[in-house]
Design a protein around this ligand. Structure first.
Ligand SMILES: NC(=O)c1ccc[n+]([C@@H]2O[C@H](COP(=O)([O-])OP(=O)(O)OC[C@H]3O[C@@H](n4cnc5c(N)ncnc54)[C@H](OP(=O)(O)O)[C@@H]3O)[C@@H](O)[C@H]2O)c1
Length: 157
């Protein structure tokens, strides 16, 4: 199963100055729960931002310029190669923009967390996609100062 997991603001921002432009208690819990024990595929810049392999899951970093090799860490030159490396396992594509854009036609499921913020001057956005290709389920809303809502997109058969 190929899934995509992202959190985006109301104005579709996912990144600003190399970081995720919010820090909301609990928002990343779903990411941790879903990806642990599975495979995470991410772009080089997202990996560099984290700075180390995420524990207890296979990390595949997509990069044409840098090779990574370590405990639970490997690199691939393209999304296609990354998916081949992960064949037969549950894969979560974790951004950024280029990987999301390429993955949109391949994913079975998307976990999109809608963060109730307008982010000014964002520089990385979630790509446009055709909602009609998916069944959409709106999940729970959490958060105190900033609310966030889990949403689930499952590709129509
Ligand atoms: N809100 C969220 O859920 C979320 C999730 C992830 C990231 N982010 C944010 O997004 C920003 C980073 O995203 P980004 O789009 O700028 O960078 P990115 O996708 O993390 O990294 C871009 C790099 O990854 C490699 N890459 C990406 N797609 C590729 C492909 N299809 N084939 C080969 N290589 C590929 C290239 O590396 P080389 O140059 O080495 O070839 C490219 O320069 C940060 O601000 C981060 O915090 C947010």
């Amino acid at each position: 199963m190929i899934s995509l997991i992202v959190a985006r603001s109301k104005n579709n921002v996912i990144g600003k100055n190399g970081n995720i432009p919010w820090k909301i208690k609990g928002e990343q819990r779903q990411f941790r729960e879903l990806t642990t024990g599975n495979v995470v595929i991410m772009g080089r810049k997202s990996y560099e931002e984290i700075g180390r392999p995420l524990p207890n899951r296979m990390n595949i970093v997509v990069s044409t310029t840098t090779e990574y090799q370590g405990d639970n860490l490997v690199s691939a030159k393209s999304l296609e190669d990354a998916l081949l490396l992960a064949k037969g396992q549950d894969v979560y594509i974790a951004g950024g923009y280029g990987l999301f854009k390429e993955a949109l036609s391949l994913v079975d499921k998307m976990y999109i967390t809608e963060v109730e913020l307008i982010v000014e001057d964002g520089d990385t956005f979630f790509p446009e996609f055709d909602v009609a290709e998916f069944d959409v389920m709106i999940g729970e809303t959490f958060g105190e100062e900033v609310k966030y809502t889990r949403t689930y997109y499952t590709r129509k058969k």
